[in-house]
Design a protein around this ligand. Structure first.
Ligand SMILES: [Mn+2]
Length: 207
């Protein structure tokens, strides 16, 4: 297992932990965090299956997302769909965090679970989950509708691929550091039957 030390990109600090399926040299679960025109783009991509073909498909997706990082989450999904037709395809959740609007825009295709945890205990609901639409990028896209959420300073967003159990959010405390969040989720919720990746980011406000 590898955990990255805390990183800072634009308006967030973040960390990621990942593990390949035991016996595989490379993981098909990849991430991207990169400055975007309106703030920052965060993406988690899971190549279908595991091993080198899964990694190759996920890497193509990450390269395309990086190349087009200034575009909307919907345009990004469309670029990836066109660019992944010759691969086994990926599932992905995309999010732009936009400090000028104090909002996130997000789109999930497939099953990369993503939740926002409110730092302020008086805000209800305390958690929001990205609505995931069935499909495979590169093979069959669902209708693309982005969700828009308000975000406040110190709110935490956690992405987890299906190598983590669906109840991964139960171990998340938004008051913890992002490194503590990803370490705890990986230690407690890794299934061991697939690659797994968990990424946490904390919103810092305007840079
Ligand atoms: Mn998977």
């Amino acid at each position: 297992m590898t955990t990255m030390a805390v990183q800072r990109t634009s308006c967030i600090e973040w960390s990621v932990a990942s593990r390949a399926l035991p016996g595989e040299a490379s993981s098909g679960d990849l991430h991207l965090v990169t400055p975007a025109r309106a703030g920052v783009l965060v993406a988690v991509v899971d190549g279908l299956g595991h091993g080198v073909e899964a990694t190759a498909a996920a890497q193509i997706a990450v390269n395309l997302l990086h190349e087009h990082a200034g575009e909307s989450v919907i345009a990004l999904a469309q670029h990836c769909h066109r660019g992944l037709r010759e691969t086994r395809g990926v599932v992905m959740t995309l999010m732009t965090i936009e400090p000028d609007e104090s909002r996130v825009m997000t789109l999930g295709i497939g099953n990369v679970e993503t939740m926002l945890f409110r730092a302020n205990p008086r805000v209800q609901p305390q958690r929001l989950g990205v609505l995931l639409r069935g499909g495979v990028v590169g093979y069959q896209l669902p209708a693309l509708h982005a969700s828009v959420w308000p975000i406040s300073v110190d709110d935490v967003v956690v992405f987890a691929t299906d190598g983590l159990r669906e109840d991964f959010g139960d171990g998340v405390n938004p008051a913890d550091s992002v490194v503590q969040v990803v370490d705890r989720v990986m230690a407690q919720k890794f299934r061991g039957t697939d690659d797994g990746l968990v990424l946490a980011c904390k919103y810092l406000g305007r840079p």
